[in-house]
Design a binder for this molecule. Structure first.
Ligand code: PLP
Length: 394
């Protein structure tokens, strides 16, 4: 049977593939420590589950819903954004999506014509570039300097801009680096985007997961002009530990949002109704659990960061947000006698049963991504095994 050219070009998500492999090995009886997944290990807070049960029991979850999302959830998103960002959006500027992942997918579909360019600072979340490809667009990667926490500057962006540049993908806090852009950095980037009419796609999904007094500034808050130029992408997966519920959302320019809703009406129809009722409770109910989970991540980061940093050859700046470490291990590879990260990662899994993700899919072939969205005991064991592994090769 024929597979389309378009489908043939798509690389499956490397993070999902690696975590599936680790899981399969674990299920076969091996004591695998998986540091691969990009999801909190906490179960969804009880009040959120209770709201979902209620929507099932009273029958409201049984039926089709508007493609834009249920009105209650759009209102909850508007109120949460008002509280957290101080910005006001109207119902017709908001859409609920199947996770933030479908938000970016759908955005590229409505924003890009064949050959249109999207600036993507590297390292970047693996799905952006594949989604751009699916929309027949072109990803233009802009390398952030390691010494600048991999963050890009306006000068670097300007050097990559062409007449075809449509959008800039900004992800702060960043997956995989954990870097958080400062207000000053964002101000410059925002003004530059306004000046050149480049749409800012601001993926704020880790906005609530910032540690050690670092501060998350949403770029949309920096001026009215910048807000108009920005589409905010957010969701409940990471902050509310709701990855399985598949609820994300976008806020911004009405025309773009309405085009996305039309796209969804012919593809997904609507997000699962039960998940939408759960998300209403997540956004409007107690926010204490969000802070409890944030503190747990902060505690893990502060405990394990010095230990991973001390591994021979690991070059690692302390992340400010999200829940990943992203060390450059080029020196470790040399010490261990490897050329490619992939081989090192493969042997790490086979020899000491620790699973991490290679940096290749994130646009950083000298790095590995270690997720600390897992309990401290597992993390401590993993770092000890990695030490043993490296020392056995030197
Ligand atoms: N954006 C970033 C940077 C992510 O890391 C992820 C998930 O890993 C997503 C978006 C998508 O999240 P979801 O589709 O679960 O809302």
């Amino acid at each position: 049977m024929k597979i389309s050219q378009r489908a043939q070009k798509i690389a499956p998500s490397i993070t999902l593939a690696t975590s599936a492999k680790a899981k399969a090995l674990k299920e076969s009886g091996l004591d695998v420590l998986s540091l691969t997944v990009g999801e909190p290990d906490f179960t969804t807070p009880k009040n959120i589950g209770a709201a979902a049960k209620k929507a099932i029991d009273n029958g409201t979850a049984s039926f089709y819903k508007p493609s834009a999302g249920i009105m209650e959830l759009r209102q909850a998103i508007i109120e949460r954004t008002k509280k957290d960002y101080g910005l006001t959006y109207h119902q017709n500027q908001v859409m609920v999506t199947e996770g933030a992942k479908f938000a970016t997918f759908c955005l590229f579909q409505v924003l890009l014509d064949a050959g249109d360019e999207v600036l993507i600072p590297t390292p970047y979340w693996v799905s952006y570039s594949e989604q751009v490809k699916l929309a027949q667009g072109k990803s233009v990667f802009v390398g952030g300097k390691e010494a600048n926490g991999y963050k890009v500057t306006v000068e670097e962006l300007e050097a990559a801009r062409t007449t075809k540049t449509q959008a800039l993908l900004l992800n702060s806090p960043c997956n995989p680096t954990g870097a958080v852009y400062t207000t000053e950095e964002l101000q410059k980037i925002g003004e530059w985007a306004v000046a050149h009419d480049i749409v800012i796609l601001s993926d704020d999904i880790y906005g609530k997961l910032v540690y050690n007094k670092n501060k998350f500034t949403p770029i949309a808050t920096l001026s009215e002009k910048i807000r108009k130029q920005t589409i905010i992408i957010n969701g409940v997966s990471k902050s509310y530990s709701m990855t399985g519920w598949r609820i994300g959302y976008v806020l911004g320019d009405e025309q773009i949002i309405q085009a996305m809703i039309a796209f969804a009406s012919q593809s997904t129809s609507n997000c699962a109704a039960v998940s939408q009722y759960a998300a209403v409770e997540a956004l409007t109910g107690t926010q204490e659990t969000v802070e409890e989970m944030r503190q747990a991540f902060e505690n893990r980061l502060n405990t394990i960061y010095p230990k991973f940093s001390a591994l021979p050859g690991f070059k690692l700046t302390k992340p400010q947000g999200a829940f990943y470490l992203f060390p450059n291990i080029r020196e470790t590879l040399t010490l261990c006698g490897y050329e490619h990260v992939t081989d090192w990662v493969q042997d790490l899994l086979e020899e000491v049963q620790v699973a991490v993700v290679t940096g290749e899919g994130f646009g950083a072939p000298d790095n590995i991504r270690i997720s600390y969205a897992t309990d401290l005991e597992t993390l401590e064991k993993a770092v000890a095994r990695m030490k043993t592994f490296i020392e056995s090769k030197i």
